[in-house]
Ligand binder design. Structure first.
Ligand code: PLP
Ligand code: TYF
Length: 389
């Protein structure tokens, strides 16, 4: 019976939202969950999204079903942004999904169908949502070393060794950019080396790209995705617009699949549509329709790029401020995206929560733009004190 269900451990990142909200101290600092905030501490709706919503309200004539693929024009318009010069490659197909999470689930569903014995190699640490999604489709999770928290650096040799020992047909899960939770991204030479190994071992790269444009720039952040597509016949990509269009709760993402031939890709996409039907039938329309309106209009697209650049510039400016505060924080200035990981024990993290009302993940991961401008100095002082203690 339902009454006999076992206890569950809820998502600790999402739990932080509740914990922090319940803290009555006005000086509290929320560097937990990964949403962009401006210098005043707000997560505003982008002006260009507001404009697209107006246009949608004025021009939308029906809310009749779109079908399992969702908004096809939306997926079409993402191609130049995500795929760049590969946008015209007919062996690559994509469809709308409910956020990057929906794309991850759907991509792994496809892999589980095609290669049920595949092991999925994930870096340690990775985003805590990855292993449960992989296990939910019945695939086995294996780990490769990725990041050394004490050193603030990527364990590249160990990563290469682990991937070199993986079996043909296994999957290598890679973060496209702005690694969550560490902020440590592969440089271009490292990407080339990983691509070489993945191709040589016959692994399938699965690239999760949820923060394109939050690191160096839209094209720069897509370097790894495009390199994998150039190097490998079979690639899966889970993409999200939730961060770079700031539409988190509207759940806007896409899944792209490449195989060795146009016909094999078409068949894979038929399977993908069937899996989507079983899970959500069709993705929600609103957010993707707004993204489509923006990308379909040169002026609105230019407006979006201005707002995206402002978000990226703030992330990188806060990083530089944190890095300059103490030599032990210098690594933050060499990392990308919203997250970095402080070399603090769980006890130290909990003490920061208790003594200073600073809410970060138990792992020491914090959201650099969770800090409003006037919180940065207090945050670094408390962190430096913890590092000294
Ligand atoms: N992948 C990573 C690494 C993430 O950090 C996120 C963030 O939420 C996602 C995927 C999926 O994002 P969403 O489902 O909100 O689009
Ligand atoms: O890592 C984060 O904070 C973001 C947001 O189940 C998030 O990726 C966290 C947990 C989750 C969904 C999104």
């Amino acid at each position: 019976p339902l009454a006999d269900l076992p206890e569950v451990e809820s998502d600790s990142l999402l739990q932080l939202i509740t914990l922090c909200a319940a803290d009555p101290r006005p000086e509290k600092i929320d560097v937990g969950v990964g949403v962009f905030r401006d210098g005043a501490g707000n997560t505003p709706i982008l002006k260009v999204i507001k404009r697209a919503e107006e246009i949608l309200r004025e021009t939308q004539e029906t809310k009749a079903y779109l079908g399992m693929q969702g908004d096809k024009r939306y997926a079409e318009l993402l191609r130049p942004i995500l795929l760049g010069p590969l946008a015209d490659d007919a062996r690559i197909a994509g469809l709308q999904t409910p956020g990057g999470c929906g794309a991850l689930r759907l991509g792994f569903e496809l892999l589980a169908l095609a290669i049920p014995s595949a092991r999925v190699h994930v870096g340690t640490p990775t985003w805590p949502n990855h292993p449960p999604i992989i296990r939910a489709v019945g695939l086995e999770v294996a780990e490769y070393p990725y990041y050394e928290r004490g050193q603030g650096s990527i364990r590249f040799d160990a990563m290469v060794d682990a991937l070199s020992a993986a079996n043909a047909g296994d999957v290598a899960l890679l973060h496209g950019c702005c690694h969550n939770p560490t902020g440590a991204d592969l440089d271009e030479d490292q990407w080339r080396e990983v691509a070489r190994i993945v191709a040589k071992r016959g692994l399938i790269p699965f690239v999760d790209i949820a923060y394109q444009g939050f690191g160096r720039g839209l094209d720069e952040d897509a370097f790894g995705v495009r390199l994998m597509l150039e190097t490998c016949d079979e690639v899966v990509i889970a993409q999200s617009c939730d961060k770079n269009f700031s539409v988190y709760r509207d759940r806007v993402g896409s899944l792209f699949v490449k195989t060795g031939s146009e016909s094999a890709t078409a068949l894979a996409m038929k399977h993908v549509s069937m899996r989507a039907r079983e899970m959500w039938s069709m993705p929600p329309d609103h957010g993707a329709a707004c993204v489509r309106i923006i990308l379909d209009d040169a002026a609105l697209k230019a407006d979006w790029l201005v707002e995206l650049t402002a978000m990226r510039d703030r992330i990188n400016a806060v990083r530089q401020r944190l890095a300059a505060a103490d030599p032990r924080l210098a690594f933050i200035g060499r990392q990308w995206g919203m997250f970095s990981m402080l070399p603090l024990s769980r006890e130290q993290v909990l003490k920061l929560r208790e003594d200073h009302a600073i809410y970060m993940a138990d792992s020491g991961r914090f959201n650099v733009v969770g800090l409003s401008d006037d919180q940065i100095d207090r945050f670094t002082a408390a962190v430096v004190e913890a590092l000294n203690g």
